[in-house]
Design a protein around this ligand. Structure first.
Ligand SMILES: [Zn+2]
Length: 400
């Protein structure tokens, strides 16, 4: 017998998941628990892929194009436990809220999506794929692999990132750049024998500000932002002239910006400030990268560049989604359509792969990644009840 796909069941599954910690790259236990639940709910083709994403399918009754529901398996670190009013991994439901790390970002919505799909087995006009990904909080290696693998081919994606009941249609992307200045080290007592990498720092920072000052803007997403956030100096010795300076730059980019174009803009601006560097000094701009390891053992150098995306508010999928969801406290009207302020896996699904992507979930952005993280149970119940109509409406539009 398969488990009944009720809201109460979804809430207790969400509370269970909060009790299973899992930082990016450490999602094994969460994945095992999600896989077990998908099987108990009667999803088909339940599997874990190479990088550790958990995937299942709620088979529909017809041939409408598949829609994919997606949340992520990882959470951010919980910090100091004594700073939490409710312990971060208790999964307590108190005062009308599910509390704890992941309650809203994103284990609550993950549970709601999984149960909503299960409730549509043999009912939806087409298959509903449920795919929960790894490493979203570190830039989305899981979603990138899932879509590149070709093992799923959704016609639209619905993300479970918090929207507070609105329909979210995009966000800025993020790029982390490093500007590397190379010189020749020497004793501080004889500077003429060295080339001080710090000598170019002023021009580099001015060049970064030049790019920031000329920033472009989008009517929906707002302006891009660009700011230097850190300077590393090597060697770290006060009586040695440094031969290496690395400036870190955080750049919130608009959709469509690719790595090479971003690097070229910064190189041009810095080049304009420096002119010809003095002998012994060189500089370059690169995308920062980090080594990431999945809990399944796959390792990869990942460029710290998460794409942005933006769906038109007039796109048929967006309009159908907003109409089907409505507004929580109003009898009529479409949901508010807006962007997120943070990045999601939609940068991969829509920004890179061009798959129509929207978000719908309970939860307020202001609680995400904080020690007051919580999910309003009544808001979650409302969202759970809206999900089947949302899925069916999107599939009908896709089927034409
Ligand atoms: Zn999230």
């Amino acid at each position: 017998m398969t488990r009944s796909a009720s809201f109460e069941g979804a809430l207790s599954f969400a509370a269970d998941l909060v009790r299973v910690p899992g930082l990016p790259g450490g999602e094994a236990d969460v994945a095992a628990r999600v896989k077990q639940e998908m099987e108990a709910l009667g999803l088909a083709d339940v599997r874990v892929d190479d990088v550790g994403n958990v995937i299942g399918v709620a088979r529909g009754r017809g041939e409408a194009p598949p829609v994919m529901l997606s949340s992520h398996l990882d959470v951010v670190a919980e910090g100091d436990h004594s700073e939490w009013e409710v312990p971060p991994f208790s999964g307590a439901v108190e005062g009308g809220f599910l509390h704890g790390r992941g309650a809203m970002d994103i284990k609550g919505p993950l549970a709601l999506q999984t149960y909503a799909a299960a409730a549509l087995i043999d009912e939806a006009p087409g298959d509903v794929i449920v795919a929960h990904t790894v490493l979203e909080e570190r830039g989305g290696l899981g979603m990138r692999h899932l879509l590149e693998s070709g093992t799923v081919d959704p016609a639209a994606v619905i993300l479970g990132e918090a929207t507070h009941g609105d329909i979210c249609i995009g966000h800025r992307g993020r790029a982390e750049l490093e500007i590397v200045i190379q010189g020749v080290a020497g004793h501080a007592s004889v500077p003429e024998r060295a080339s001080n990498a710090l000598d170019l720092l002023g021009d580099v920072l001015a060049g970064v500000r030049d790019v920031a000052g000329a920033r472009t803007s989008d009517p929906v997403l707002g302006p891009e932002s660009l700011v230097a956030t850190m300077v590393d100096v090597r060697p770290e010795t006060r009586n040695v002239i440094p031969d290496l300076v690395v400036v870190a730059v955080d750049w919130r980019v608009l959709p469509g910006a690719d790595g090479p174009a971003l690097l070229a803009r910064v190189r041009k601006a810095i080049g304009g400030r420096i002119g010809t560097a003095s002998t012994g000094l060189t500089w370059d701009v690169r995308l920062a990268s980090e080594r990431q390891r999945t809990y399944t053992g796959l390792e990869e150098d990942v460029a710290l560049h998460t794409p942005g995306f933006l769906m038109s508010a007039e796109h048929p999928v967006v309009r159908a989604a907003a109409r089907s969801v409505g507004r929580r406290f109003e009898a009529a009207g479409s949901a508010v359509v807006r962007p997120w302020s943070f990045a999601t896996d939609g940068g991969w699904s829509c920004g890179v792969h061009g798959i129509p992507t929207v978000g719908f979930a309970p939860g307020e952005e202001r609680f995400a990644h904080t020690n007051r993280e919580r999910l309003d149970v009544e808001e979650a119940r409302w969202a759970f009840e809206r999900y089947p109509e949302l899925i069916v409406a999107v599939q009908r539009v896709l089927a034409g």
